[in-house]
Design a protein around this ligand. Sequence first.
Ligand code: HEC
Ligand code: HEC
Length: 409
Amino acid sequence: MTTRPRSIAAAVLVAAATLASGAVEAGEDAAIGRALFRRAWVPAPSATRADDGLGPHFDARACAACHPAGDRPAPALDRSGELPRGMIARAARPDGSPDPTYGHQLQAEAVTGLAPEARIRLVVSGSPRRFAVVASALADGPPAPDTVFSLRLAPALFGVGAIEAVPEAAIRALADPDDRDGDGISGRVSEVVDRQGDPRLGRWGFRATGIDLADQVAAAFSGDMGLSTARRPGPHGDCTESQTACRAAPAGSPDSAGEHEIDEAIVARIAAFLETLERPEAVAPSPRRAKDTARGAAIWANLGCAGCHAPLEGAGRTIWSDLLLHDMGPGLAAGDPAHPLAREWRTAPLLGLGDRLARRTPLLHDGRARTLEEAVSWHGGEASAAVRRWRAASPADRRALTDHLSTFR
Ligand code: HEC
Ligand code: HEC
């Protein structure tokens, strides 16, 4: 049956109804996405085929097990011991490539009957604290001699919709790989290649390797949980060819709607849910919030922090990042500090920083920093001049800066 409106008024009604149902669908997708974000996946084979396929190696059973998406307190990272929730161990060789045996990530869990890749411990030392990772009981023999394991802490995902919405051209416009302007800051675009072999701009993850939100969700399903999608089709996740026991473990049933363990609609709905995560549900009161002053804003401008933490806008919010890669010096290096790739990080977006400071959420890629002061003191490399100015600032100026950053929403 064709709809043929008899009058303009009827046509408007039809259009309005179509729009409204689109909005309802978007809301429904996000609501389902929220449930999927919390769903615990199970190993195959299972009676409930729709949610099996976990592993064979994995680090957690649910996205929400690692990512705070509400009030969950930040993990305590004060003592050495088992890896806390949300922390993972990356494996990389100096050129950034994965370990030939263990892949991109060392998974601490495995399905029944298969040994986990390793026992992984967090070692905390020093003041300000620094983290190291010790892997023992490696299931498949030694890694490559030049492989380094390093830690990452799952970030809170508030404001990801804003990061996704920043136009690519705005990011490219800030790149200055050869430091032509001579300010000591030379951000470079993360150029990655998509499934079709086409060059794309990467913006997701601490090293800006993810192309878009759906791509990052698929990468999480594969790397963190061992679940396949059209974008990451291998049902054995991060298992390499040489991990024969892992390769022989049962894979999950295809999703009812597609040939992979996870259907594309699931990826899309989780991405839709993430886009609705604007800020934590219950914001902890921040005593500093009321005291923001013009002085704080002036100090922020004078220190040159915005040379990297640029006021790029997406979806009506300022993200405070150029989304470019910067050499941050040896203190933040993951691996051999002599290797440029080990020192490179995407400028951390500071959106939601006020909430995070109030909640004492751990900062930096591995969560080692407890305060703004600690986070800044770890900055080096291209940020050296900014850090020098920050160290030279008076205590009152630093307080004004903290007050200013506490207003970042
Ligand atoms: C085992 C813990 C763990 C699980 C499970 C996990 N993640 Fe993550 N996630 C991380 C870590 C760690 C990072 C940072 C990775 C990096 O950049 O090296 C991350 C990064 C991300 C990012 C990028 C954030 C940014 O600012 O760039 C998104 C989006 C994300 N995860 C979504 C998901 C979704 C969706 C799921 C479930 C399908 C999921 N994650 C499951 C640990 C986890
Ligand atoms: C050369 C670029 C650059 C400059 C200049 C710079 N930053 Fe950063 N900033 C980064 C990068 C890259 C990270 C992420 C490092 C990591 O995760 O290990 C970061 C992380 C942070 C974080 C932690 C955020 C989080 O989510 O974990 C804070 C806070 C911060 N910077 C504040 C500042 C302040 C204040 C200044 C000025 C004194 C400054 N930065 C100058 C690049 C820069």
